[in-house]
Design a protein around this ligand. Sequence first.
Ligand code: 5GP
Length: 197
Amino acid sequence: MKLLEEKIRAEGRAVNEEILKVDSFINHQADPVFMKQVGELFAEHFKEKGITKVVTIESSGIAPALMTALALNVPMIILKKQPSRVLNDKLYQTVVTSFTKGTSYELTLSDQYICEEDHVLIIDDFLANGEAATGAVRLLRKAHATIAGVGVLIEKSFQPGREKLTEQGITVYPLARIGKMDKDYIEFLPDEEQNEK
Ligand code: 5GP
């Protein structure tokens, strides 16, 4: 997605070789017009896959996931990082290690919102080491749902997230792929579909 690469070049900041800050349009402030376009692109790519739900991990995946769900006309579900105290539902849970914070959290899903008939699209902001996305896959498989694929805005291709998912038979669709970066320097990999928008 050309627009995403342009926004990363204009507003993103590589803190070091591993961390990219995109607070102005993804992680702190969200750009609704841009997020709508993101949702439409994910929906276009996955429209023939029979998706019944879009699932994301709180909190930065919520904006693109909601826009994707709107474009696909299906519900959006947020995997919680802490069990809700007010819910007495049956909960599926799995432990995930956070790349950015260096901590672990328990990813939680109520059995009320996913069932074995669901074919799910997972949407997140970044794919780095793949811990969050593989955690989401584990959780959804506990609920006996099937996975249509994972859509991410930014894949840091120099980290092992994509391999971890493809090893498990999961398709990954990134809107931008970063091959290499360092302070004030970002190198993108070409769009896999050769139809850049
Ligand atoms: P993973 O589990 O793939 O290592 O990381 C996934 C999560 O960590 C993403 O959902 C995102 O919130 C966060 N993350 C990973 N790398 C970066 C990064 O370079 N910049 C920012 N802002 N978040 C990141």
